[in-house]
Design a protein around this ligand. Structure first.
Ligand SMILES: [Zn+2]
Ligand SMILES: [Zn+2]
Length: 391
């Protein structure tokens, strides 16, 4: 999978010298799969340069593109009228977005070209155009699994997760922290992602203060998410029009204090995920020590794994410690760690202080169950961490 940034700016294009290093075009990211499938995430002003590049690459050959829009704010659609491949007969474009009440995808895309806003309307575009509403179910696009989830933003934005060629790429822009539902969904989208592109338009102080409710986030929230859900590389995105190159450099530097593998999105940059990257990376990260505080909790543990109820295998083990992002346990048996795992920790009364007659509670053992649904491409790997522990 290859990821290329054509537009990284938020809100409005900023063709100014002071921010030319990161770039002034609004959001547009190209994803190219190994089988040649072309995916375009958002159609901001960066789409224009992508169009010219595609024309050079394809020449007279027909082109088929899959466009996924996060939402319809100008900075995410304004490149469409200037995307030359749309004017070429024989090309095919499939537009996708999540269905929204009272807003029709075709109307939102084509509406910006009606008179008097643009000299020609979309009927002069020779390429075939198809429009698809997504729902909460993932779609399979030539072998790529693409999931979406709502993000917290005025008129709601949508984040995408692309799992393909053994890698995971998450695109989550135009999102503000603070809504529990959306905070959860962005974490699900980003879980174990090789690359997370995340809205870092504002400073943490702005998100908490003057820009609260504007629908954008900060590097700090990006690093929190990256640490919590095992992201391999974080890319700060949707730079504010008023943030020049040096200011964005400063944001990236601050983010690096919290999460080492972070960069600021810049126009023209490519990220290539070689095949199998996700699995190798996830195994590598599983063998890395968890960096946050660990609590020594030596407790009996019951492990169950398998595909479906009735087809599970079980083993007993011992929990050694827990931390915010994981648990280290040892267990007998040959676990298949690529399958969903069900863990049950038995916490004795002398830990919970909920034994005999205490506060009138009935005499009972307290059990805490945690479920970890491992991704196909990123299995939980307790054995590797165990090896690391022994070093
Ligand atoms: Zn935006
Ligand atoms: Zn927006």
């Amino acid at each position: 999978m290859k990821i290329k940034f054509w537009g990284v700016r938020g809100s409005t294009p900023t063709p100014e010298r002071r921010n030319s290093r990161y770039g002034g075009n609004t959001t547009c990211v190209e994803v190219r799969l190994e089988n040649g499938t072309l995916i375009i995430l958002d159609c901001g002003s960066g789409l224009r340069a992508l169009g010219k590049s595609l024309l050079r690459e394809f020449g007279e050959r027909p082109l088929r593109g899959n466009v996924f829009l996060t939402h319809f704010h100008w900075d995410h659609i304004q490149g469409i009228p200037f995307f030359l491949p749309l004017y070429k007969k024989g090309n095919v474009f499939l537009f996708h977005s999540v269905k929204r009440e009272g807003r029709e995808l075709r109307g939102a895309v084509e509406g910006q070209m009606v008179s008097p806003y643009f000299p020609v309307d979309m009927s002069v575009m020779g390429a075939a155009r198809h429009f698809y509403d997504l729902d909460e179910h993932p779609v399979n696009l030539n072998g790529a699994i693409i999931s979406s989830a709502p993000l917290y933003h005025p008129q709601e934005s949508v984040g995408y997760r692309i799992e393909a060629d053994g890698g995971v790429f998450t695109f989550a822009t135009d999102t503000e922290p603070g809504s529990p539902l959306h905070d959860r969904s962005v974490r699900e989208l980003a879980r174990q992602a090789d690359v997370l592109v995340y809205d870092a338009q504002y400073t943490p102080e702005q998100v908490e203060g003057e820009k609260k409710g504007w629908g954008h986030s900060s590097w700090l929230e990006g690093t929190r998410i990256a640490n919590e859900v095992g992201v391999k590389h974080l890319v700060l995105f949707h730079h504010d029009p008023d943030h020049d190159d040096f200011f964005v450099d400063g944001l990236v530097e601050k983010a690096r204090q919290e999460f080492p593998r972070v960069s600021g999105a810049s126009e023209g940059t490519e990220i290539i995920l070689p095949r199998g990257h996700a699995r190798q990376a996830s195994l590598a990260s599983a063998s890395n020590r968890r960096q946050e505080a660990r609590y020594q909790v030596q407790l009996p543990l019951y492990v169950e794994w398998g595909e479906a109820v009735g087809q599970t295998q079980t083993a007993e083990g011992v929990c050694k410690d827990v931390s915010r992002t994981g648990i280290y346990f040892v267990t007998s048996g040959d676990m298949n760690s690529a399958k969903p795992i069900h863990l049950e920790l038995i916490i004795p009364d002398d830990v919970t202080h909920r034994g005999d007659g205490d506060q009138g509670l009935p005499r009972a053992k307290t059990g805490v169950a945690g479920r970890i649904f491992a991704e196909e491409t990123s299995p939980l790997s307790p054995t590797l961490e165990e090896e690391d522990e022994a070093q």
